[in-house]
Design a protein around this ligand. Sequence first.
Ligand code: ADP
Length: 419
Amino acid sequence: MNTSQNSSDNNFLLKKNFEIVSIFLEYSNWTLALNQVFALVGEHVQVDRIYFFENHTDSLTGEELISQRFEWVKNGIEPMLDNPDLQNLPIEIVSDFMLPLHNNKPFKAIVREMPDGNTKEILSSQDILSILVLPIWIEGKMYGFIGFDDCTSERGWGEEELNFLQSTTSNLSTAISRRNAMLEVEKKAKELERINQELEQFAYVASHDLQEPLRMISEFLKLFEKKYAEVVDEKGKTYIRYAVDGSIRMKKIILDLLEFSRVGKNINAIEEVDIEGLFDDLKLLYINKIEASKAEINLINPIKLLTWKSPLEQVLMNLLDNALKYAKPDFAPKIELQIEEQENQWLFHFTDHGIGIDPQYFNRIFVIFQRLHTKEEYEGSGMGLAITKKIIENMGGQIWVESEPKAWTTFHFSLPKPK
Ligand code: ADP
């Protein structure tokens, strides 16, 4: 072979390898990709069957087994994928065959010349005349092997052919580990989803079922307070007040938890929302607080947008509630909402000029029941922002905060535009 022929052969092999890598990189269907790659290799090296076996252990006995996972056959050649003898095959039955593979060496044989034994019997029963098997190594362990059968001739495998098949095998190893990693991620995502649903269900059931006994406690406490007012001394009355106060707070927590578990359950259809109208309704809801504190509330750009109205209303209500609550003492609250239209989303900026938040707590405030103040300083259950975050994420957006302590706080959140 002259040099130019050599380099054109090399180019050809490079091209084939490139095709193989591309198929593996772009696959959306694993079986189809394997079939395409094995067909390409099979036609190129003119073999009759290509297959891959995976090593695994029997979960009960711990025995090491091999099983055929995938096969490509040339037209007219009998497939072996359904052959039960090639599933759960104990490794020691074919130990002569497995030995070189475990040492990261190929196994090559002309079946007629092999010593009598299990391996020869198994290969002959599949009409194999000559065979080449290459080990698949993943993360330092032999994962399985890929085999090439010739059922029509007793061939010796040339060096160039061997190199090509070795690089195919290494591409297959990479593709298998990539696929395994992807399957693992998918499994984890499903698991997370399931745990999430269970937690939501738990929160719902627990908070729902706690309401009734709590109602009984507070009703009877009130009755007790009324009926025995004469008998109970001042200390006793104080204790009862504490108990009533505790049950009122507990009721708020239960209702918040219930609301948290319900977020996203009853999402209605998307509609055109007039932010100005929605904001005016909210201001009306807080009219007493607004008037008492002389709060100044401004909507910078009164736009209309397409979204889910009631979750957005709930978000703005929670933010407004906090902005009024965490105002600077002795200063009239100053609050503004600005909305920015971007290509695929709307960005909301909700700013107050209140007490601000230390940056070290930027993440913590969105976690359920996390508060930065005692109930004596500011009323609250620590659920408002957790609910707000869940609502926004349910609508496909994100929320984050920026703040300067003792100066201002801006909650930014995005809402994707409906497709
Ligand atoms: P709650 O107000 O019931 O405590 P939230 O989940 O709404 O619960 O808020 C969590 C914590 O974040 C609050 O306890 C408060 O410390 C802080 N926070 C929320 N909004 C503001 C704000 N606008 N300015 C300053 N601190 C805030």
